[in-house]
Design a binder for this molecule. Structure first.
Ligand code: MHF
Ligand code: KIV
Ligand code: MG
Length: 278
């Protein structure tokens, strides 16, 4: 399994870091077999697998439930888990307790938090000091969707771009071992990546980040309602799944399924002993 020091080395050696989200056992297993560098149990799970309207509905319990399944499926892959909406904003004590629960119950290797507020920076310091690796997350931070006014590209003007550069440095200085940059212009992400010694992981942030992350169900077009423009679909599994289910449905209706090969056929002897009709 790779670790935080190796991720740092990968950046130094210009070796790209690959990350994909996973929310359950089979997805984690397949991602591990595909040899991705890092898994993310993203709070996007609320939207992608639980059908919530946004990530705001996601709870610590939801994250733990799915996090456990992921680490069971990928025991040998470095796994990051998102701290959900407001689970790290009530107080530093409550945040640390939630962090402890998420680490101890899921066996994840690192936590991810959104933003760079004073309190979040303090939390990152305390977690790092406690031996918990932390990933930051800047740009489009979905837990603040109602402040941002939608899922929009961030850092499009001078002020917000400068703020993003500053925030990224603050995250690094607070001890974060990596930063996710979501939905920011390519040149801004490139500049931040060059300024930081910790690796940046981009999503909709261009090719010059030190790594890339995408949502599992997005690259597979698996039951997703919308598709951000930065997503590349590598295989359309959604339509494959649908047609398989349609065939099953039709074959049951028509009597084609189950055929003899999918049936426990009774021996002639027992049928005779029981006087069963043909
Ligand atoms: N399936 C899925 N994939 C994701 O990447 C994702 C989620 N869900 N849920 C949580 C957040 C929300 N995310 C989103 C959602 C929408 C856009 C989007 O539609 N963006 C526009 C940009 C619009 C603009 O120009 O400002 C796009 O065209 O990509 C981006 C990120 C990323 N995360
Ligand atoms: C999109 C990634 C970065 C994320 O935070 C999530 O999946 O929740
Ligand atoms: Mg997230």
């Amino acid at each position: 399994m790779k670790n935080t020091i190796q991720f740092q080395k990968m950046k130094k050696n210009s070796e790209k870091i690959t990350m994909i989200t996973a929310y359950d056992y089979p997805a984690a297993k397949l991602a591990e077999e595909a040899e991705v560098d890092m898994l993310l149990v993203g709070d996007s799970l609320g939207m992608v697998v639980l059908g919530y309207q946004s990530t705001i509905e996601v709870t610590v319990e939801d994250m733990i439930h799915h996090g456990k399944a992921v680490t069971r499926g990928a025991p040998n892959t470095f796994t990051v888990i998102d701290m959900p909406f407001m689970s790290y904003h009530l107080s530093i004590e409550k945040a640390m307790e939630n962090a402890q629960q998420m680490m101890q119950q899921t066996n994840a290797h690192a936590l991810k938090v959104e933003g760079a507020s004073t309190n979040t920076l303090k939390l990152i310091e305390k977690l790092t000091e406690a031996g918990v690796p932390v990933v930051g997350h800047l740009g489009l931070t979905p837990q603040s969707v109602h402040v941002l006014g939608g899922y929009r590209i961030q850092g499009k003007d001078k002020e917000t771009a400068k703020q993003l550069i500053e925030d990224a440095k603050k995250l690094e200085n607070s001890g974060a071992f990596s930063v996710v940059l979501e939905c920011v212009p390519d040149r801004l992400a490139k500049h931040i990546s060059q300024q930081l010694s910790i690796p940046t992981i981009g999503i909709g942030a261009g090719k010059d980040c030190d790594g890339q992350v995408l949502v599992y169900h997005d690259i597979l077009h698996y039951g997703v309602d919308f598709q951000p423009s930065f997503v590349k679909v590598y295989h359309q599994v959604g339509s494959d799944i649908k047609s398989a289910i349609q065939q099953y449905h039709k074959q049951v209706k028509s009597g084609e399924f189950p055929s003899r090969e999918h049936t426990f056929v009774m021996s002639e002897q027992l049928a005779a002993d029981l006087n069963l009709e043909e």
